[in-house]
Design a protein around this ligand. Sequence first.
Ligand code: FMN
Length: 332
Amino acid sequence: MTFDNRVFVSPMCQYSAVDGFPSDWHLVHLGTRAIGTGAVIAEATAIRPDGRITPGCTGIWKDEHIAPWARIAAYIKSQGAVAGIQLAHAGRKASTDVPWRGGGALTEGSWQTVAPSPLPFNATDPTPHELSTDDIAALLDAYVAATRRAKAAGFELIEIHAAHGYLLNSFLSPLTNHRTDRYADGRIALFEVIAAVRSEWSGPLFLRVSASDWVEGGWTINDTVALARELPAHGIHLLDCSSGGNSPLQQIPLGPGYQVAFAERVRRETGLPTGAVGMISSPEQADTIIRTGQADAVFLARELLRNPLWALHAANALRATPRTPNQYLRAF
Ligand SMILES: Cc1cc2nc3c(=O)[nH]c(=O)nc-3n(C[C@H](O)[C@H](O)[C@H](O)COP(=O)(O)O)c2cc1C
């Protein structure tokens, strides 16, 4: 696959779906961000209803979801960007209210959350159901079906969400996986999910992880590097290196490009292509990350909420040729 450039739209939940259906909001939001960027990755999209973070999260758990996603994927492609989707299950962090209503555990319309071990995120949250091996087998089937639908919708790239404390992250981290069966090594669950997706998908496949829990005794960048060495054999093409979200005890040293070192280390030590994400906002900063080989692509999130046409401005600032739509040529 060839990308027009290495500016990728990082997945961002919009909490604006009804029954998992993406709406005109998603079309306009994602469609606008396809202007000038290399790829657009649609938000964490639940493979099952119980995998939604909030009731407003998008889904791909039934065939009726295919048509609205197909309209969005086609539009993204029409603008010259690669259309991607992030497949997700929120695990123990599901069943919460939308952020602008506080984001806490739902009191009305809540559902049973699931996790590798029965440990709530906050002590006051409802305890998640500990997944049995049969439950995990059912989840794998849901990943297979979701992938088939993503393909039918015309997406060209899939990212598996294993970051931010959601289901697959909680399998990986020793803080949240206290199992004694074969899933005690949480990578087994991750590899089975990758294989489930791969059974329906031969195209580009990215994985997003939290490269560090930022908690003493948690998952570390060393664990991520070791995992990354295994990933090509499972068919992962790029590791999108985020961090945190798995524990309320995390201590994150926030600052510009604060996660770039993770992408850089994985790339240098394993040769696996990486994506850098987190507080990347200036064209020069993004360009340096690519030119100095710290990552193969930059994923931008909030900067693209503030400035949807960032890629065009960045190209101008760096004296490159932006992929400007004809309609906007007089402005760029
Ligand atoms: C509104 C919003 C929604 C987000 N939703 C997702 C998501 O669906 N999946 C995901 O992996 N990360 C999600 N993130 C995290 C971003 O993709 C990104 O990793 C993070 O915001 C750091 O990048 P930034 O500093 O460029 O915003 C979200 C972030 C924001 C601000």
